[in-house]
Design a protein around this ligand. Structure first.
Ligand code: MG
Length: 170
C-alpha cells in the first residue's frame, strides 16, 4: 500500500533589485519573468538570468517535496550558474519531484513590482509555465500588483515573486 500523501503543496519566493537600463548599459540582459522578456529598459541585478518567477517556482517545487531551497541546490557563488537560464532550475526541481513520484497539479505566482508593467505579458508567461510544468494553462494563475502606496510602489526598484505549487501523486 502506498502511504505517501496524495497531494503536496509548496510555497516559494524570490526577489531582485531592478535597474533601469541606460544607453551606456545597452545590451545588458533584459528583464525576464517566466522566460518572457517583460522589458528591455529594465534589468535584474542577479548572478543567473534573474528570472524571479522561475526562482520562486523552483523554491516552491523543492520545498513541496521536502528538499532544500534554490540557494542550496544552485548557489549563486557557483560560477557554473553565472548567467544561467533559470528554466533549467525549474526543470531540475521538477525532475526531483517526478523522481519522488509526483506531478504538478496547479501553480500560482503573484508578482509585486512598481515597474515595469507586467500585466500585458501574463498570457505569454502562463503559456510558458504551462508548457514547462506539463499542465493546461487553466492550471496556471499569475497575478501582478504595483503595490500602490507600499514599499514596492515607492523608492528603490525591485521585484518580488511568490509562488505556490500543488503536486499530485502519480
Ligand atoms: Mg533570484
Amino acid at each position: 500500500m502506498d502511504d505517501r500523501p496524495v497531494y503536496l503543496v509548496g510555497c516559494g519566493s524570490d526577489s531582485h533589485i531592478i535597474k533601469r537600463a541606460t544607453a551606456a548599459r545597452a545590451g545588458e540582459k533584459p528583464l525576464l519573468l517566466a522566460g518572457t522578456i517583460v522589458s528591455t529598459e529594465h534589468t535584474a541585478v542577479s548572478h543567473s538570468d534573474g528570472d524571479a518567477v522561475y526562482h520562486a517556482l523552483t523554491n516552491a517545487l523543492l520545498l513541496a517535496i521536502g528538499e532544500r531551497d534554490i540557494g542550496y541546490h544552485f548557489p549563486d557563488t557557483d560560477a557554473r550558474y553565472a548567467g544561467a537560464n533559470s528554466e533549467s532550475f525549474v526543470r531540475e526541481a521538477l525532475s526531483l519531484a517526478e523522481g519522488a513520484g509526483y506531478r504538478v497539479s496547479n501553480a500560482t505566482v503573484m508578482l509585486n513590482a512598481s515597474e515595469p508593467k507586467i500585466s500585458e505579458h501574463i498570457p505569454e508567461m502562463k503559456k510558458n509555465l504551462a508548457h514547462l510544468l506539463g499542465v493546461g494553462q487553466e492550471r496556471i494563475g499569475i497575478g501582478a500588483s504595483r503595490g500602490e502606496g507600499t514599499w514596492t510602489g515607492t523608492g528603490a526598484l525591485g521585484i518580488y515573486a511568490i509562488a505556490q505549487v500543488s503536486l499530485v501523486r502519480r
